[in-house]
Design a protein. Structure first.
Length: 417
């Protein structure tokens, strides 16, 4: 099976270009990477992955940010706004209260547009240039549209974004708007937006930059590579576990791919691969359901609801890549309530780190799994926080303290205090 941790490095097929090709994860068919536009397999409609004839070792990485990892990517440079190289914060109080050997927060909110989506777009928009397409499009719970709008404008291309009306946080719409995207507000949920944009892409109307696009996930692999390098520098070992919020399961798939490639390159022992641990909101937890039921496929949830709007997704498109990732690494998946998410958002904020609700799901999930004894107290853990606090100012204000009105003179302020 191509997605097994012990899979052999495949032979380079004739349709590879400079040692890069696309391969179907279901039937193994291979395709030239940049001759035609395709998002899934022509034969069986399975998901595609990018393959390389040569896989890099840690020594090959050089420079700063996403493009430090160029040897693990299809190009030497992308359409870049200096994405990646995000902080791996120490959080001593949180580490103590959760009760693990080490806890670090990888804060992806510190990317140029405030979410990890930038890592995928710097690669995806570069590919769009290679393919010579004019219009880029995505469905989005918000952050993908912000990143696409910024990277599309950087690359001098038109962008079209489909958003679920009334379900996108204010900061994200503002970004898409100012960076010049055409914003279509769809009277439906995210999954309906994705269905539509996939059909537009299939009709050649636009180049699709959702995480169904295999090249975007290549950029997102660099989250995993940065976490590993950070832990190796600080602990001389990779983390035991990486906990991350799950929406379409793009990151889960991308991190797993990064680790598989390191195993294939002989840089990481199969037994040392961090346990990928996915967290969803209770109101949108189809991946958790599949893991708990040991199911081969994820059942689409038609009605999803959570305050964590970035992961309000009922049909995680990358599930066929992510389920093996969770299982093969010995990880798990867990659902948390909106209250637990808000509590975690406050806890993280108490360490000076501002994240949006979906991001806090990682810490909420870790706490829950620690309480249940699934996570041991001797584990070193990285929690991924996917987006910045300012993305969703309304959620932050609701989770924080109320402003107190005071008179416009010092004595009055003193009396109030
Ligand atoms: C996109 C997004 C997610 C979901 O990531 P997937 O890779 O689709 O699982 C989680 N959190 C935030 C803030 C996001 O923007
Ligand atoms: Zn196929």
């Amino acid at each position: 099976m191509s997605l097994s941790l012990s899979a052999e490095q495949p032979d380079e097929p004739a349709d590879a270009a400079d040692g890069v090709w696309l391969e179907c994860i279901e039937c193994g068919d291979t395709f030239a990477p940049f001759d035609d536009i395709r998002y899934t397999c022509d034969e069986c409609d399975g998901l595609l992955e990018v393959r390389y004839a040569d896989l890099p070792t840690f020594d090959d990485f050089d420079g700063h940010g996403v493009w430090r990892y160029a040897d693990a990517l299809p190009f030497e440079e992308g359409v870049s706004i200096q994405e990646g190289a995000t902080p791996l914060y120490e959080v001593p109080r949180l580490e103590e209260s959760v009760g693990v050997e080490a806890l670090r927060i990888k804060h992806e909110g510190m990317n140029p547009t405030g979410s990890f989506k930038d890592r995928g777009m710097t690669v995806g928009v570069r590919v769009a240039k290679e393919l010579g397409v004019g219009r880029l499009a995505c469905a989005s719970t918000g952050n993908t549209s912000a990143a696409l709008a910024a990277y599309g404008s950087r690359g001098g291309m038109q962008t079209l974004v489909l958003l679920p009306a009334g379900k996108v946080a204010a900061g994200k719409i503002a970004q898409a708007s100012l960076h010049g995207a055409r914003i279509l507000e769809v009277d439906g949920n995210f999954d309906a937006c994705l269905d539509i944009v996939q059909e537009l892409a299939a009709q050649g109307e636009a180049y699709l930059l959702n995480s169904l696009n295999p090249f975007r996930l290549e950029g997102q692999k660099t989250i995993g590579l940065e976490i590993l390098e950070g832990f190796l520098a600080d602990y001389d070992a990779v983390p035991d576990r990486i906990v991350l919020p799950v929406g379409n399961a793009g990151n889960t798939s991308a991190l797993y791919k990064a680790f598989r490639e390191l195993v294939q390159a002989g840089e990481l022992d199969e037994d040392d691969v961090p346990k990928l641990t996915g967290v969803q909101a209770e109101g949108a937890a189809p991946m958790v359901e599949a893991i708990e039921n040991d199911a081969d496929e994820v059942r689409r949830w038609d009605d999803v609801e959570t305050r964590a709007t970035a992961i309000r997704i009922g049909n995680p498109v990358n599930a066929p890549k992510a389920l093996p990732g969770i299982r093969e690494t010995g990880g798990t998946a867990v659902a948390v309530s909106d209250e637990e998410i808000t509590e975690a958002q406050r806890d993280i904020a108490g360490e000076g780190i501002g994240v949006e609700p979906a991001s806090a799901a990682s810490v909420a999930g870790l706490r829950k799994l620690r309480t249940e004894g699934v996570v041991d107290d001797d584990e070193r853990v990285a929690c991924l926080t996917t987006g910045h606090l300012l993305k969703d100012p309304d959620a932050a204000a609701a989770a924080g303290s109320e402003p107190e009105p005071v008179p416009a003179e010092t004595q009055g302020v003193l009396e109030h205090l």
